[in-house]
Design a binder for this molecule. Structure first.
Ligand code: DGL
Length: 263
């Protein structure tokens, strides 16, 4: 069982930012990745719809013999992680949420900005996170509709992306934020573009590396860490596999086995 693969899932290519962290920390693990690109963006969908998609993907990973599931998506986590844990009580499931706690510790201005999807920012889980960790700082939230769709095109330096990103970031800088939480797994791919539009002292925080460490902990607790060697990563997408094959080398340089995910 320890040599079984880990299933990693996002609405699209965003979770590849997490997949990279998992591979860096746990190179001996075999990885399966589903990009539900046919239903993107999750950020503008209902929690009920997202839960249905998460169950479809979870069932698929279980058929593939996955020993653990990583929800490499903040929006899917707030909508579905509790439901999935209830359905599969013995299956290690790692979710992710915006890094409010480390950001509250890192800020010097006392003002933290959160870039995330509408679904994440509107969720009760996010409100609870603020209640728990953000009492001593001011948090300014910025939903970012449209950003994920532009990232999915693979053109990470397009004028359209730069313009939209600037529109979302400027109010946060104007509000005095010196720490920005990248609360969607697509956004770490925007770091080069972001760096060009924010002062050098502004800190960017995402949770990919912490998710990889949490996966390591959960697998270790259950004696499920693989000894390797890992099999090549495998990818499935619910949209056009050819498009995914084209953008994969830009975001994940290690494999190009892409198949269709139909559920
Ligand atoms: N990557 C996802 C997240 O972390 C959301 C993308 C979407 O809206 O589909 O929230």
């Amino acid at each position: 069982m320890a040599e079984a693969p880990v299933g990693v899932f996002d609405s699209g290519v965003g979770g590849l930012s997490v997949l990279g962290e998992i591979h860096a920390l746990l190179p001996q693990e075999s990885l399966l990745y589903v990009a539900d690109c046919g239903h993107i963006p999750y950020g503008e969908k209902s929690p009920v719809f997202i839960r249905e998609r998460c169950v479809a993907v979870a069932e698929f990973f279980r058929e593939q013999g996955a020993k653990a599931l990583v929800l490499a998506c903040n929006t899917a986590t707030v909508a579905a992680v509790a439901d999935l844990r209830e359905r599969y009580p013995d299956w290690p499931i790692v979710g992710m949420e915006p890094a409010v706690k480390p950001a509250a510790a890192a800020t010097r201005s006392g003002v933290v900005g959160v870039l995330a999807t509408t679904g994440t920012l509107q969720s009760a889980k996010f409100a609870a996170l603020l209640d728990r960790f953000a009492n001593d700082v001011k948090v300014v939230t910025q939903p970012c509709p449209g950003l994920v769709e532009l990232i999915e095109t693979g053109h990470l330096h397009s004028d359209a992306l730069r313009t939209l990103l600037r529109r979302y970031v400027e109010p946060l800088l104007a509000a005095g934020c010196d720490t920005l939480i990248l609360g969607c797994t697509h956004y770490p791919f925007l770091k080069p573009l972001l760096r060009g539009m924010i002062p050098a002292n502004v800190i960017l925080i995402d949770t990919g590396a912490a998710v990889a460490r949490q996966l390591q902990r959960l697998l270790a607790q259950r004696d499920l860490l693989a000894s390797g060697p890992a099999r090549p990563a495998q990818f499935w997408t619910s949209a056009d596999p050819q498009h995914f094959r084209e953008i994969l080398p830009m975001l994940w340089k290690k494999s190009d086995i892409v198949s269709s995910f139909v559920r």
